[in-house]
Design a protein around this ligand. Sequence first.
Ligand SMILES: [Zn+2]
Length: 106
Amino acid sequence: MGDRIRGSAGVKARRRRLARTGGLCEICAARGRVTLATAVDHVHPLALGGEDVDENTRNLCSNCHRDVTAEQFGFEKVSGCDASGLPVDPDHPWNRHGPTTPQAKD
Ligand SMILES: [Zn+2]
């Protein structure tokens, strides 16, 4: 099981990863569209044993990120919150590991 990089190191890793594509969505770029990436997605999800390394990430806009997350986890293509009131987006701040809000997930 991969460990997500935490705290300020995680912020730096996110900036470094986004810079690889000039901050643009990789899936949109492959389709000839220029869209600002809003998420650093794990190609092999951490929850499924993926590692939190640059090579396992790609930069996606919110639309593409929602689509690939739905494919990876078999969710319906929805945004917002699940039945327990938590955001369904795994990169939502509430779902990230933070120094003050450790979670057992991942
Ligand atoms: Zn996109």
